[in-house]
Write a protein that binds this ligand. Structure first.
Ligand code: WT7
Length: 637
């Protein structure tokens, strides 16, 4: 496959960018032409940010799996689409060519149909990182069912909330999943999540760990048995269902500043084009290269840069089941050497953690195949950038620092590998189609360079969030109401004298722990479920490896008992309500929380104390009880 709209030089970038701003409809129409449509669109773009209502390629119909699979069959049928590397280095890998992927997706799409799944139905995928996860997602897309993938680390309660919100009727899961030394019992977590649930019609269980599971008659079926049923029918095709450009492709839940995660909705055509365009341009992918994105498919990074971006480009996507530090901290480098990986896309938290193990795990590994390195999920600190550049890229690989969000569908601000300049700790320049702006607290746009503000986007791009599932008003309130006529990202940002962007972090009550988004309110709700807890306040603090750690201030009802045990109990409660990723790193019991007279918790003060910076707490005179602050400081951890 060739990529006619791959940007080739800095001048070309400037030209394309300019065109995307001046003639957005023409710009995107030309790109959209290169995809496979069942019916061409009538109108490229119709939008307003007030409702919001954003429609790309209206009237057009297509199926994303024809673009991700079928169209490659003739010329690239024998090219590996997915290379899968097991958690266990001794287990054989698996390679699925585009032909084989086609066969399996069609087959499983028929399994879904056979089990009563129809176009528009919500199917929840709670699986480990095995090819069947991608196969299941693509099979949903093939028949027009909406997938909602839930990361394997979420708890039964978190799954139950998401199932309920999405009104999902089908679940695809595994008996268990391997992650490092752990064996996570996915099916039994699902059982707990749906005990008492009356709306789930079918649970399809794929075997991975051979863990014993309970199967409920009539509801639970085995993946392999269902495949056998299809096989007895010969090899039936499963034509790709004709989807409207704006039909929902998937829902992906993400945390915000309220207690309840939101179901971010992406639609077929715009998301596909954006994932593809950004993949091809940011990483400068060349046909035949091996692309290794280390994310989990349970997060947006895996959706866009393990599945839809690479596959729509006919690329070879390497999918890794394990973790970077098991059996040892050389696992990534071993994989790079084994498959001669060209592009490595990972997170700063992984880099920092591997840095800590020292160079002995890197030395001796042949990393000379690497051409491009990528970073995603949080700001990359200079130390990590330098280490990545020197020891992994050997000073020869551009590092693309890619800023984006679940809501944006794909990369928004990033340098393009070897095409536009990189700058450590800067995401640098917006992709064509992206019109960023910085605004002050009053919503006034801050023009010019060398300025700081809240990052907004002024114009829609094809991958923009369309709604939050089942609650459009929430989408409007969260993203489109803070600043009139702008999409608000929730991030603070600096634009330097040369017009390059540096993301400075969230300006709302959202934490970024190891590149994962966690709402402080969500963690507080979970902590408050513990019977001894009266009230809590959660803030972030700088953490060497995770980027941010979770610091919880808790008012606890304890007349006696072991307080350390109580802390463990609280941590377990959070694990049970959300999942291990949301466990507080530090818990401080406090007599009270610093509140204003109107009862508002002064988080600014709590944040300062958690950061260990109590030299300037700002104005504390509005506090109901200023003396409380000294007590909290003296007992801080
Ligand atoms: C938030 C989005 C994007 C996929 C993974 C996370 C932060 C993301 C960067 C970056 C600085 C970054 C932002 C953003 N973020 N990438 N390159 N530099 N910050 O997706 O869970 O939706 O989180 O992650 O704060 O708002 P997400």
């Amino acid at each position: 496959m060739n990529y006619p709209f791959q940007i080739k030089s800095l001048e070309d970038y400037k030209k394309q960018y300019q065109k995307s701003v001046e003639f957005p409809e023409q710009f995107w129409a030309e790109i959209a032409e290169t995809f496979t449509w069942k019916k061409k669109w009538d109108k490229v773009l119709e939008w307003n940010f007030t409702q919001p209502s954003i429609k790309w390629f209206q009237g057009g119909t297509l199926n994303i799996t024809e673009n991700c699979i079928d169209r490659h069959l003739e010329t690239n049928g024998n090219t590996p689409a997915i290379i899968w590397e097991s958690n266990n280095p001794d287990e054989n890998n698996r390679v699925l060519t585009y032909k084989e992927l086609h066969f399996k997706v069609v087959q499983f799409a028929n399994v879904l149909k056979n089990n009563g799944v129809n176009k528009g139905d919500r199917v929840c995928l709670y699986m480990g990182m095995i090819p069947e996860l991608a196969i299941a997602a693509l099979a949903c897309a093939r028949i027009g069912a909406i997938h909602s993938i839930i990361f394997g680390g979420f708890s039964a309660q978190a799954i139950a909330d998401r199932l309920d919100d999405a009104k999902a009727e089908f679940i695809i899961t595994c008996d268990g999943a391997y992650r490092g030394v752990k064996d996570i019992p996915l099916k039994s977590v699902i059982d707990a999540a749906i005990s008492g649930n009356k709306t789930i019609k079918k649970v399809i269980v794929c075997t991975r760990t051979n863990t014993t599971v309970n199967m409920t008659i009539d509801r639970d079926v085995w993946w392999d048995d269902e495949i056998k049923k299809i096989e007895t029918l010969g090899n039936p095709d499963c034509p790709a269902v004709e989807m409207d450009a704006e039909d929902i492709l998937f829902i992906l839940y993400t945390s915000g500043s309220t207690g309840k995660p939101k179901g971010v909705v992406h639609t077929v055509a715009g998301y596909m084009i954006w994932a593809n365009y950004t993949f091809v341009n940011v990483f400068q992918y060349q046909q035949g290269q091996i692309h290794f994105c280390t994310a989990d498919i349970g997060w947006i990074t895996g959706h866009s840069y393990i599945m839809y971006g690479p596959l729509s480009a006919g690329a070879t996507s390497l999918m890794f089941e394990g973790v970077p530090t098991w059996p040892d901290a050389g696992r990534f480098w071993e994989i790079v050497e084994k498959y001669k990986v060209d592009i490595l896309y990972t997170a700063p938290t992984a880099i920092r953690s591997l840095m800590g193990f020292g160079l002995e795990y890197v030395n001796g590994k042949n990393l000379s195949s690497l051409k491009v390195l990528g970073s995603v999920g949080e700001p990359i600190n200079i130390e990590a950038w330098n280490w990545y550049n020197q020891n992994i890229g050997k000073g020869n690989c551009p590092i693309v620092d890619t800023w984006w969000q679940t809501e944006t569908g794909g990369i928004m601000i990033s340098n393009l590998a070897d095409v536009t300049p990189s700058k450590p700790s800067y995401a640098t320049l917006p992709l064509p189609g992206i019109q960023p702006c910085l605004v002050d607290e009053n919503g006034i746009e801050i023009e010019g360079n060398g300025v700081n503000g809240n990052l907004c986007i002024k114009f829609p791009w094809p991958g923009i969030i369309r709604t939050t599932y089942n609650d459009h008003e929430r989408c409007r309130l969260t993203y489109f109401s803070t600043y009139e006529n702008k999409y608000f990202t929730g991030d603070g940002c600096l634009r330097n004298e040369s017009g390059e962007y540096k993301i400075t972090g969230r300006v709302d009550d959202v934490l970024n722990v190891s590149g994962h988004r966690i709402g402080t309110a969500e963690v507080e709700n979970a902590i408050n479920m513990h019977e001894g807890v009266i009230e809590s306040a959660v803030v972030g603090y700088p953490h060497d490896i995770k980027g941010q750690g979770i610091y919880a201030y808790v008012i606890y009802n304890s007349s006696d008992g072991d307080l350390n045990l109580s802390k463990l109990d609280i941590i377990q409660t959070v694990s049970r309500m959300i999942g291990p990723i949301a466990k507080p790193d530090k818990i401080q019991f406090v007599p009270n929380l610093p509140k204003t007279r109107s009862g508002k918790i002064m988080r600014r003060i709590l944040r300062k104390i958690a950061e260990g910076d109590t030299s300037n707490l700002g104005d504390t005179s509005t506090l109901l009880d200023p003396s409380l602050v000294d007590i909290i400081i003296s007992e801080s951890i």
